[in-house]
Design a binder for this molecule. Structure first.
Ligand code: APR
Length: 183
């Protein structure tokens, strides 16, 4: 469990507004245009200011499951890592691996830029209707698996906008802590 606990100690689950997080990077649950939207995308663009959209405009979009980084501008976070999650259909069109890829690619980009602290919203679970419990399981599992290979990341915070989402992430974390394979 020792190695695994090393990963678990790097994870935090909080309820709150991700735009208020004072971390190296916050993750934006974007769409493929990267030109803003509602939900957390709208909140981040609102808090970051117009310059964020101006930088996003020159990125040429981003494929679902991939991620691209910009400055954070007026946010407390120094950077924003934008990642389009999958639109939930019925679980048969690669939604799960694409959601996992969102988390993995954001962490890889953070490591590439020597970032140490990163905060994620519950990607895909709002407008894109990804089932919250399953999304939380994918988020926590993918992040712990990725952290084993990305030693530079010190803290990953799941910033949940409501109690249901936070409880789903806590349950997912409890479940992997209980797995014999994590010993
Ligand atoms: N801080 C943290 N979490 C937030 C915030 C916030 N300020 N605002 C919303 N959330 C939560 C939602 O409650 C949900 O749990 O973020 C999660 C993701 O929901 P959405 O923002 O709707 O993102 P998603 O489901 O991935 O849909 C993306 O919505 O806003 C558009 O442009 C975006 O087209 C894209 C789509």
């Amino acid at each position: 469990m020792k190695v695994f606990m090393g990963m678990i100690e790097k994870l935090q689950i909080v309820e709150g507004d991700i735009t208020q997080m004072d971390v190296d990077a916050i993750v934006n649950a974007a769409n493929e245009t990267l030109l803003g939207g509602g939900g957390v995308d709208g909140a981040i663009h609102w808090a970051a200011g117009q310059k964020l959209l101006e930088e996003c405009r020159i990125l040429g979009g981003c494929a679902t499951g991939n991620a691209k980084m910009t400055a954070g501008y007026e946010l407390k976070a120094r950077y924003v890592i934008h990642t389009p999650g999958p639109v939930w259909r019925d679980g048969t069109v690669n939604e799960e691996p694409l959601l996992a890829s969102c988390y993995r690619r954001c962490l890889e980009i953070a490591e590439e830029h020597q970032l140490k602290t990163i905060a994620f919203p519950a990607i895909g679970t709002g407008v894109y209707r990804f089932p919250k419990k399953r999304a939380a399981e994918i988020a926590v599992t993918t992040v712990t698996d990725s952290l084993r290979k990305l030693p530079g990341i010190e803290t990953v915070t799941f910033v949940c906008f409501n109690e249901e989402s936070a409880n789903a992430h806590r349950a997912a974390l409890d479940a992997i802590c209980a797995e014999p394979s994590s010993l």
